[in-house]
Ligand binder design. Sequence first.
Ligand code: SER
Length: 336
Amino acid sequence: MQKDAILITGAAGEIGQALLAQLAAAGKGPLVTLDLQEMPAETPGTHVQGSVADGALLARLEADYEFEQIFHLAALLSTSAERKPALAHEVNVDASLLLLELAARQSAARGGPVQFIFPSSIAVYGLPDLETKAAHPRVHEADFNDPTTMYGCNKLAVEKLGAYYSAHYEQLQPEAPVRPDFRSLRFPGLISAHTAPTGGTSDYGPEMLHAAAQGQAYACFVRPDTTIPFMAMPDAVRALLGLAAAPAAALSRRAYNVGSFSLSAEAFRGQVLAAFPGAEISYAPNPRRQGIVDTWPVDVDDSAARTDWGWAPEYDLARSFDEYLVPHIRERYQKQ
Ligand code: SER
């Protein structure tokens, strides 16, 4: 017999580890985690180590479990995806399609929608130049959907596929099947105190901070004036859980912007120096990675999320650094 469960793919990643802790604390489960990596010791749930793009592995999971909810977090981030575009498509899109198919079959079989939660990104936006970026500092979901990266294309593709599976899948059948309930969030650059990101292009922020906390010099790969939105990891997890908890009838879209604070690399450096006055942070812009961040918006208009399901960040810039990032990062590196 299939067991009820919640599936978290990419569970060993930055969002995954933070989300798992919250799901376990809230008594949610049973939790099934899937990742290429092993999970850290004492992680809750049943872990399956393998690739989310492995169809045979997903078929085994489908036979063993009836998933009521899927948090599909596994992905190659934007810099990694530019280096390996075909692999990025396989992991970021093809695997998502396999999971949407799984969710569609299980929704029909159980007679209730499998909820499918997907982290999208500000990388779906592609501002054509810095003048346009400056002239449109808070982008709405419908604007500038012209990504210039493989990762941004992948995220936008899965948003569209998720909306299709939720609203139109098997639309030629005489009777509409019970379909999955796909919901996604366009996250800004995320910053965790507990993990350092790998392969992203917003990584200069968290890298600056983690380097300073370890007493290491850091050369920032974008210009001082480069400005994009960021969010502290506890708010990202709250956003995922808040969107998941919203009644379907309240949702007017399937992909929502969520914002928190926006700042330049130089202002980020100022925050890090205030906490770690001896930090050595210089600039060595990489024109190619710079080119990617220049297409991302200064900030997002998240009014739809605020209106529809009550989104409001708890960590503004000051609180993110003073109450979350700095104390926890200090503690983390003192322990080592
Ligand atoms: N943080 C991601 C990246 O840099 C963007 O969503 O790739």
